[in-house]
Design a protein around this ligand. Structure first.
Ligand SMILES: C[S@@+](CC[C@H](N)C(=O)[O-])C[C@H]1O[C@@H](n2cnc3c(N)ncnc32)[C@H](O)[C@@H]1O
Length: 279
């Protein structure tokens, strides 16, 4: 990838250095290559293992995501807020500090236990994104961070998130960018294992949002920076190639969505004007 990126537009010296680095790596034999030993675990088993270390500093994806998501969440006045797939309560804690009445839900009892220690007064429940344990229109604001990519399909969860928002409520979604997952195997890695991230293209989020009656207010695609690339497995044995290959790739996909307010033409009047057709 480092060779490909810049093969036309980059300086020839850069390609020469990449080839030298590859030669050195091949010449070093087994000493130059350390396979990434990682077992695939499902989300419940994976996060059970990851929970104690999840909040440790040094997670580049979180460091890149958090300021952007917090800035989006801060656009909504305090009210009732849901952190869906809350994990250890990273965003729930920010919402509570901003004055929201906070609820959270997650499938991992171990992640929830950490969240409960952090937020003893929040309403934190075990449950799934595909079947949220809350009534319709319960929240003014919801966030679902770094979790939808774990699901094989998006529609059920996006529909559920839309269902629990009041009309006019806001929804912020963040995920590892599908290009990052597809191109550099961007899995959710922790010591000794990983939980799979699926590739959901932006068009799939858009279709899910449209079907759920959500309006897109904004879509952000921050790129990988040098400080993000340093934690990637490739960097350990080919640091310069890692930088050339990774820096500038789409890293995160972040959506700011709103549940449509009831139309002034809602109900029978709108039905009449459409001539009774459903579309
Ligand atoms: C990478 S962590 C993100 C946690 C938190 N949102 C954050 O950003 O710090 C992914 C979380 O999604 C949860 N999760 C995965 N699949 C889920 C599902 N189907 N329903 C609810 N939570 C799920 C995991 O247990 C885990 O806590």
């Amino acid at each position: 990838m480092a060779l490909l990126r810049g093969v036309v537009s980059g300086p020839p010296e850069r390609s020469r250095r990449r080839i030298e680095e590859l030669r050195a790596l091949l010449a070093a034999g087994d000493a130059g290559w350390k396979p990434v030993a990682a077992d695939e675990l499902d989300a419940v088993a994976g996060y059970a293992r990851w929970a104690p270390a999840y909040d440790a500093p040094g997670n580049a994806l979180i460091d890149a995501e958090q300021p952007i998501v917090h800035a989006l969440l801060d656009r909504t006045a305090p009210g009732r807020a849901l952190d869906a797939a809350c994990g250890t309560g990273r965003h729930a804690a920010h919402l509570a500090a901003a004055g929201h009445r906070v609820a959270g839900v997650d499938t991992s009892p171990e992640m929830l236990a950490m969240a409960r220690r952090r937020l003893p007064d929040a309403d934190l429940r075990e449950g799934s994104l595909e079947s949220l344990p809350f009534p319709d229109a319960s929240f003014d604001l919801a966030v679902c961070a770094l979790a939808l990519a774990h699901l094989p399909t998006l529609d059920g969860a996006i529909g559920e998130l839309a269902r629990v928002l009041r009309p006019g409520g806001r929804l912020v979604l963040s995920d590892v960018h599908p290009a990052f997952v597809a191109v550099v195997d961007g899995q959710a890695r922790f010591a000794g294992g990983f939980v799979r991230n699926h590739v959901h293209l932006a068009s799939a989020y858009l279709a899910g949002a449209r079907r759920a009656g959500l309006e897109v207010l904004d879509c952000l695609e921050p790129l990988m920076r040098p400080e993000d690339a340093r934690g990637e497995p490739l960097h350990a044995f080919a640091p310069e190639a890692a930088m050339d290959a990774l820096v500038g790739l789409p890293y995160l996909l972040i959506w700011d969505l709103a549940s449509r307010s009831p139309s002034p033409l809602a109900g029978e009047e709108a039905e009449g004007r459409r001539g009774g057709r459903s579309d």
